[in-house]
Design a protein around this ligand. Structure first.
Ligand code: ATP
Ligand code: MG
Length: 328
């Protein structure tokens, strides 16, 4: 059996429009992850990060469709399976997601304890059903681990909690069944700086306590990824353009887009509240049209005339991957 816990092979995904038009939101993404690895993914808004997350969980719900490729958790493919099958046999146990906005993830008319109990009930093996009191005890002991005001939080409706409590509840619920891997999609966006710190601390407490060990962490903030991730993949216009160790990508970027992104980050470092990369001139290409040549060429200060014609493939530059034939 492969030593990789997670394998993504040439994954492409598209949204199908009403008139048969396609938006190719994710193109040819490949990477593997080992047990215990933290992979950071960064890139501008609209570059396909959240779409990729749907594909990584096997949750391609129309209008999103897989175009090609495969995703495997411990060798088990998640592609071409029904949403019901993925919901009952994969989510929460094998792959769990911490979403971008906690408020949307929580049913507003259910108390936190009932939302969490639903998750446990939905994934119980036949014949092993837990009593309501046992479920509550399990929730209590998990929420207690993180210094939460457990009884009050579990007995509240989402609207009665602070934004930080809601996001920490979502994290507690998503990881209740000790998933093999966790995908956190901008888990701190829309939170203030001190709440962001609380949420990050909780995620890393969960890792330290061994509740899960392998994670994909998506954020706009490269400096944060540098501190938390082992490896970083940079996405641009649906493709991974560079992947290497956190040190390589942040301290010595090789793809012109990563360099531009780092420049934008450094210039905004003084303002901790700056949430999105700024000041890369121009805009990414439309993913609804066929793109010829390098996707970054129009905005690249190193572009040569050939860049607008030649499709760029991932290649090794030293021991990192870069999608630019001129990168050294
Ligand atoms: N339901 C949809 N139908 C058609 N196109 C969509 C749909 N959802 C997203 N897209 C398009 O897919 C592309 C990728 O969007 P996605 O939300 O995955 O980006 P993102 O990197 O997560 O952005 P952000 O950082 O803002 O969260 C964008 O061009 C977006 O407009
Ligand atoms: Mg997103």
């Amino acid at each position: 059996m492969s030593e990789n816990i997670f394998e993504v092979e040439n994954l492409s995904l598209h949204y199908l429009g009403r008139f048969g038009d396609k938006t190719h939101a994710v193109t040819d993404v490949s990477f593997n992850m080992k047990q215990g690895e933290i992979l950071g993914i960064a890139g501008e808004s609209g570059c396909g990060k959240s779409t990729l997350v749907s594909g990584l969980m096997g949750m391609c719900i129309p209008p999103l469709y897989p175009t090609s490729g495969d995703v495997r958790v411990r060798g088990e493919s998640l592609m071409n399976r029904t949403v019901e099958d993925i919901r009952s046999n994969v989510l929460a146990q094998k792959v769990s997601m911490i979403p971008q906005g906690a408020f949307n993830a929580l049913n507003p008319v259910r108390k936190i304890k009932d939302i969490a109990a639903d998750v446990i009930a939905a994934h119980q093996k036949p014949g092993s059903s837990m009593k309501a009191s046992e479920i509550y005890e399990r929730l209590r002991s998990r929420f207690d681990l993180f210094g939460m005001d457990t009884d009050r939080v579990l007995n509240s409706f989402p609207i009665q909690l602070t934004a930080g409590e809601r996001q920490r509840s979502v994290i507690g619920i998503s990881t209740l069944l000790n998933p093999q891997m966790v995908i956190a999609d901008e888990p701190t966006s829309a939170l203030d700086v001190s709440t962001q710190k609380e949420v990050i601390k909780m995620i890393f407490d969960l890792l330290d306590k061994g509740i899960f060990s392998t994670m994909i962490f998506i954020t706009h903030e490269l400096p944060l990824l540098y501190h938390v991730a082992d490896n970083i993949a940079i996405m641009y216009a649906g493709e991974i353009v560079e992947k290497g160790t956190a040190e390589q990508v942040v301290k010595d970027p090789r793809h012109p887009y990563t360099k531009a992104l780092m420049g934008a980050m450094l210039s905004s470092e003084k303002s901790q509240r700056t949430r999105k990369p700024v000041a890369i001139e121009g805009a990414p290409p439309s993913l609804a049209k066929k793109i010829v040549g390098c996707r970054f060429a129009e905005r690249c200060s190193f572009a040569r005339p050939e860049c607008k014609k030649n499709t760029q493939n991932i290649r090794m530059v030293g021991d990192r991957e870069v999608r630019c034939e001129y990168a050294q």
